[in-house]
Design a binder for this molecule. Sequence first.
Ligand code: 5AD
Ligand code: SF4
Length: 460
Amino acid sequence: MEKTINEYISGVRSILSGKDSPPLAHVRSYGCQLNFSDGEKLKGMLSKMGFGMTDAPEGAEIVILNTCAVRENAEDRVFGNLGFIKHCKKKNPGMIVGLCGCMASEEHVVKKLEKSYPFVDLIFSSSALDKLPKLVYELLSGKKRAVDTGEYNMPAEGLEQLRDSSFKASVPIMFGCNNFCTYCIVPYVRGRERSRRPEMIISEVRELVKKGYKEIMLLGQNVNSYGNDLEESVTFPRLLRALNEIEGDFIIRFMSSHPKDAGKELIDAMLECEKVERHLHLPVQCGSNDVLNRMNRRYTVEKYMETVNYLRSRVPDFSITTDIIVGFPNETEEDFAGTLKLIDEVKYDNIFSFIYSKRSGTKAAEMEDLISDEEKGSRMTRLLALQREITTREFKRFIGRTLRVLVEGIGKQEGFLTGKCSEALIVEFEGDSSLIGSFVNVKITGSKNWAVTGHIDQIN
Ligand code: 5AD
Ligand code: SF4
């Protein structure tokens, strides 16, 4: 019979117990918050196996790169880092080198690793996360290379997690994506949508709040389709309402929402739940209906604006942010002008913009693209300039208001702290580092194009 995760963990523990000092593990995650959350689970399992954690690959007995495949430059960085790790392994030939995450689900990457990177001993996909103890056990028992890039399973519940923060916690509510936007690799590397059971999510959040966590970030590629694959009738707005009922002083954030599924029901739930942030991240990608159609986004600019207008009719200055892709294959100057017009109309507090990156295996990779890199770069510069103007103007609306801020760390200036308010803006103010991890009220007195600034009103 196949051993359980815990049996493999004990197996590794007993192999390691002969060592004088606990061996060290280095885990490096790239990309999105879901990947960082997976990284925390990898660290949790390694720590149960008896490894201590280290921030540097030198001196580690096991190094794991938890990779991202969403854009080419993320992949290039991983291959660059593998070069350095090869050098570390030369000094310590017993080191286990592992690669997991989205790149491990790409056939061409696995082939390249198998052919040209013989020092990579361990390759496993995001859905095989809980196989780590088994794979490490096999390697320590003499196997040359352990690989599991198999099925898109639901990762095991209840995995030990070594969280990076003691007050901010990420909670995945679903895995995978069904949308197949034509530029995006995610559905190919993370598989179809699989929702976690609501009671598992609710009990995890309840435990986190009990432990003192102040920010719960719910994660999914498209949180609005949460529950579609479950038998009971549970939707994301209902999940939000259930989590809002949990007693305690904490804020609920979430990402991302697909505009085709974000409507009145979501907005009503957000506005009625006092613990839910006053911010919506609504990735529009582009302001041209022709490009949106070729992206297979399944909404139009008009439909997107309906959602924005409904939200703004309820709360006129509600904070909205977005993702934009510049230079989708054959994006015309007119299409791009549509994007500029849209961002001017919505008045986003912030945008996350990316130059289109061709991902092999996706539909867009087959599309003709006559736009030069120079032109794409120039569009990106124009987009950022316009957004900087908008952000600078929009942030001024907070001057004079008092915002409740979760203090996250030390600010850029000496003696200053940085945090985030319900509207997801960065807030900087003077204060003592003992406040990190707690809520404070900050009276806003100024703004920059990346943050608002002020002073503490009263500690609560
Ligand atoms: N090229 C550029 N940006 C991309 N994104 C996803 N795939 C690509 C790609 N191939 C961006 C989208 C998405 C964000 C997470 O990453 O804007 O919303
Ligand atoms: Fe990619 Fe679209 Fe799914 Fe987001 S919704 S992960 S952009 S395919």
